[in-house]
Every structure is written in structure tokens, then in C-alpha cells.
Design a protein around this ligand. Sequence first.
Ligand SMILES: Cc1ncc(COP(=O)(O)O)c(C=O)c1O
Length: 387
Amino acid sequence: MNIPEIDAQYVEHTYNRFPVTIVSGKGALLTDSTGKTYIDFGSGIATNSFGVADDAWQQAIVAQLGKVQHTSNLFYSEPCALLAQKLCDRTGMKKVFFCNSGAEANEGAIKIARKYASDRGNAAPVIVTLKNSFHGRTVAALSATGQDVFHQHFGPFPEGCAYATANDLDDTLAKLSADNTCAILMELVQGEGGVNVLQPAYVQAVADYCRRHDKLLMIDEVQTGNGRCGALYAFQRYGVMPDVVTTAKGLAGGLPLGAVVIGEKAEGTLSAGTHGSTFGGNPVCAAAAISIVDRLTDNLFEDMEAKAAYIREQLADAAGVADMSGLGLMLGILPAEKMAADIVRECREQGLLVLTAKNKVRLLPPLNIGWDEWKQGIAILKGVLAK
Ligand SMILES: Cc1ncc(COP(=O)(O)O)c(C=O)c1O
């Protein structure tokens, strides 16, 4: 049996896989089992921040592997402490709880919000989340996800979420002002929901309300974070200061690491014994993340902006394009007529890997993709969109 056959027989079918087995790669180029190469505009869904087999990232991992691959969280660990320090220094946040994935980071945020409420005598707290959001696949994260399609089959779901309409300030404040509401959790660019960018004035007004009324402003930066939107975290482009930030995906450049980054207001809410994770802050993942975070610099962000400007210019009046959305190198293209899934397939056949997000084509290239690969990939995409 070949790999797709073995996979079909033995792996539970929770994914509709493409008919491609990726075996290796370098930077933004991937090679499949037939030797065909692809330009990668997906980065393992915003995870391989500096592409595949990045040299500095590999060296950081190998060096840490030669020291110790795992310690329990009963001991101090240098990579974990140093990574937390970097994240706090660069965001103005105060503490970090490490975990393994985006959903787990959001579980942590939900627990912080609930404990914050419980510490203040609110025994039935509600968290506002936004319609069309996506916060992960665990039961509480599904509950927080504001899409009915995710609220099937796995009930009973935990109570305590109210869903507001993104960019509708009246609706959001109406839900946020209820006495038992303790927090709001939102993505600044809804990724799975269709690369919908939240309006800065809306986000700032929500942040201001939270600050004045002792509600926690919790930003899900699982997909938008770690440089993806042209700043270390997207909130830094919105001029707001969250109380909790969740992240994962690109943080460790392709190894599993999630983080709940906690600001002054909620610092200390999770006291000893209230939360934990065996692998959270794993030294190899943390060393990988340090090698990523250290290279998320203003120079890189400027280069990313130039690449974002280039694609916007190329596709502005291009045939087959109805609209474009996004921030930094998190981009959505609304096709004029074609189905996004057909565009993904045709691009793949021509050696370019792109993603969908609802009815849009979604692009999440490696943050340091070379200009040649960027231009070549855009030329393929333009051709497919126009056909
Ligand atoms: C905004 C957002 N939150 C949470 C998640 C869940 O992350 P994970 O798959 O690592 O649990 C995702 C994944 O796509 C996401 O985009």
C-alpha cells in the first residue's frame, strides 16, 4: 500500500486531505513523493513562520535536543523562562502560561476569565465572543466559536458564551454590559471565518469599554500573531492593550507550542495548582520559538508590507478578483465567480499551494518568502483567477 492508502485505512478521517504527500522542503518550496515541487503560500496554515527546514531554527532545536528534550514543569527551564521574558518585554504584558496548541491556549483564557469572575463573586460568568469566529476544537473552544455549525454533535456544551456581531459596536456593548459578563474574546482578523479584518475604531471602543468596566479584553492571536500581520502581535497595530492574548501556530515555527500571555489586570489569576500542561513550555519548542521571535523584527515587517503591497497592486484590477482583505501576510481573495476550492486545486496542479477561508482564497506564506517565489506564485494565482 502507498501512503494515501495506508492513511485511508488507519488514520481516522477527520481531514479531507489533498492527493499530495509532502516529503521535504526548504523555505517556501515543498517537494512531494513524486518529486514535484510547490511554492508554499500556506505555511502549514500559518505555522512554518520561516518556511520549512529553516537553518537557524533547526540549529536552535538541535542544540536544545542535545541538552534536554523535556523537563516536567516542576523544574525551571531556561528556554521557557527566556521566551516568556521576550514575549513580555516586547508586548508590555506581564506573564505567560505555555501550552501546546491554539485551542488549549483559548481554554486557558476561558479559565482565566472565569476565575477572574469567580474571585469577584460572579458565579455564572459570561464571555462575549464574535459571530463567525473560530477558537479551536476542544469542547469549550467550540462553545466560544461563534458559528452554529460547530455547535452540533458534541453537546452538552459548556454554558457562558454570548455571541456578538463583529464590527457592530451597539450589539457588542449591549452583550458586554450585562452584569455577569466578565470578558470578550475575539480575533482581530477572523481567519477561518474568511479573513475578515476588524475595524480599528470598533476594537478601540471595545477595549475602552473593557478598561472602564473591569471586563477582560482577550485577543485570540493564534493565527494573527507571531509576526503574521506585520507586527509581533496584531493588537500592536490596533493601538489597544489586551488583558489576555492567546497564541500558538507560528510561535515555534512548526513545533507545537501555545501561549496565554497575561496582562497586569489578570496577572496572578491562575494561582499554583489551578492550571497546568505536561508538555507546556517544552524546552525544544521554546528554543525553537526564541529563534523565531528574535527574527520578527521591524526590518522583516517592512519587507512583509512591501510584499503585501505588491500582491494588492497585482490583484487590484485583475480578472476574476472581486475583493481582497487582510493584514500583513494574512490575505484573503474573494473570487469574482470561481469557487475558492477550484482555485486551490488548479493552483496546486500548477505547483502553488494556497488555502481557503469560507468563500475566499487564503494566503499565509512564510513571513520571509523570497521575492522570486512570491512573484512566481502570484503569477500562477493571477492566471488561475482569470481563467
Ligand atoms: C484564531 C484561531 N484560534 C484557535 C485555533 C485553534 O488552534 P489549534 O488548531 O492549534 O488548536 C485556530 C486554528 O486555526 C485559529 O485560527
